[in-house]
Design a protein around this ligand. Structure first.
Ligand code: 13P
Ligand code: SF4
Length: 357
């Protein structure tokens, strides 16, 4: 992205800054000995996954962002798919979609910067309507969220009268407003069973729906959405890895197709996959999910060998350090939700967050 440092920066700032907050001065982004010292503990953590030659490019921005956070009374939430310089360098809270939603609800900060995709920022805004929620690039979408609209849910309700509807959080606020309850990949089975119904409409991920159906007696009616990252994996690819190395452990996200999950030693949300590695401590593991996650876990488990069939989420990768810096300087992009939609969508998210496990 173009980084504005000259007089254009001021014009840009005036056009974008949220009225309630002053625009802050552009920090010096030189890699000085002071910056090297201040960021040395962070580099010690990521040195296995970020080459030393790249650190002088990241460190000044990490240093500046961490100072600006305090000045703005801001907290940075980062999903497990963010790159290591964000995940380990500037995030205050990291996790899967459920953990980020729960932590957003608890936070005392005035400003939340969501390093993830747009539906995650919307979920934070629903749970924290009085906070300013910023997303460093509002174009960070999700193929699942794009696969369904509120009007589709209304049509499903007409086709299946009386059948409750569960929406994966990977949906827009417009869809959340039309459903009974939300779920994440961490709690999908519990949410479906909590409804006490014989049949449940589960949307929009057809593969997560199939996985949930395999774990419960509740009949699942699915939508046809798919994650563009996870649907690219195949069972044949994984069995080839396993044939080449019979000791390899394979762990997979439930957004993967059934032939992939059939090859997996464990299936779970991103947070559950991380916990599985910490608990089982495998010698060699293949994480069937977005590839930045293996980097983030590898930084903390240098003695585990990670096999990385690298599928990147192009939406998650839109979030980068210079854009996070811009977010804090210019208070952009602010997430705003129509109040009528927000009131209905909030009920579905809160019902999930308040579910006792
Ligand atoms: P998790 O809730 O497991 O982190 O998944 C979110 C997501 O977008 C996976 O593709
Ligand atoms: Fe959406 Fe898939 Fe990217 Fe997750 S990895 S944000 S489900 S496109």
């Amino acid at each position: 992205m173009t980084y504005l440092q000259g007089p254009e920066a001021e014009t840009f700032a005036r056009a974008e800054a949220c009225d309630r907050f002053p625009v802050l001065a552009m920090p010096d982004l030189t890699y000085t000995p002071e910056v090297a010292d201040a960021t040395a503990p962070i580099y010690a953590k990521v040195r296995h996954v970020i080459p030393a030659i790249e650190w002088p490019a990241f460190a000044p921005m990490i240093h500046a962002i961490n100072r600006l956070k305090a000045e703005r009374n801001a907290v940075i939430l980062a999903h497990n798919y963010q790159t290591p310089e964000i995940f380990h360098g500037v995030a205050d809270i990291v996790g899967d979609s459920l953990q980020l939603a729960q932590e957003a609800a608890k936070s005392d900060a005035e400003v939340i910067v969501q390093c993830g995709v747009h539906f995650m920022a919307e979920t934070s805004k629903l749970l924290c309507p009085d906070k300013v929620v910023l997303i460093p690039d509002a174009r960070a979408g999700c193929s699942l969220a794009a696969s369904i609209k509120g009007a589709d849910v209304r049509r499903l309700r007409e086709a299946y009268p009386g059948v409750p509807v569960v929406a994966y959080v990977n949906t827009s606020a417009d869809v959340k407003a039309e459903v009974d309850i939300c779920c994440t990949s961490s709690n999908a089975v519990e949410v479906v069973e909590s409804l006490g119904a014989e049949r449940v409409i589960f949307l929009p991920d057809q593969y997560l729906a199939k996985w949930v159906a395999s774990q419960t007696d509740v009949e699942i009616i699915a939508w046809h959405g798919a994650c563009e990252v996870h649907e690219r994996f195949s069972g044949a690819e994984l069995s080839a890895y396993r044939e080449a190395d019979p000791g390899l452990k394979i762990i997979a996200h439930p957004e993967c197709p059934p032939d992939v999950l059939a090859e997996a030693d464990f299936t779970g949300s991103t947070a559950k996959m991380i916990k599985w590695v910490a608990d089982e401590h495998p010698e060699k593991v293949l994480m069937v999910t977005e590839c930045s996650m293996a980097d983030n876990v590898a930084a903390e488990a240098p003695d585990v060998e990670f096999v990385r069939p690298c599928n990147l989420c192009p939406h998650m990768k839109r979030i980068q350090l210079p854009k996070i810096l811009d977010s804090l300087l210019f208070m952009k992009e602010e997430v705003v939700i129509d109040p009528l939609i927000a009131a209905k969508a909030r009920r579905s998210v809160e019902r999930m967050v308040n579910l006792k496990s």
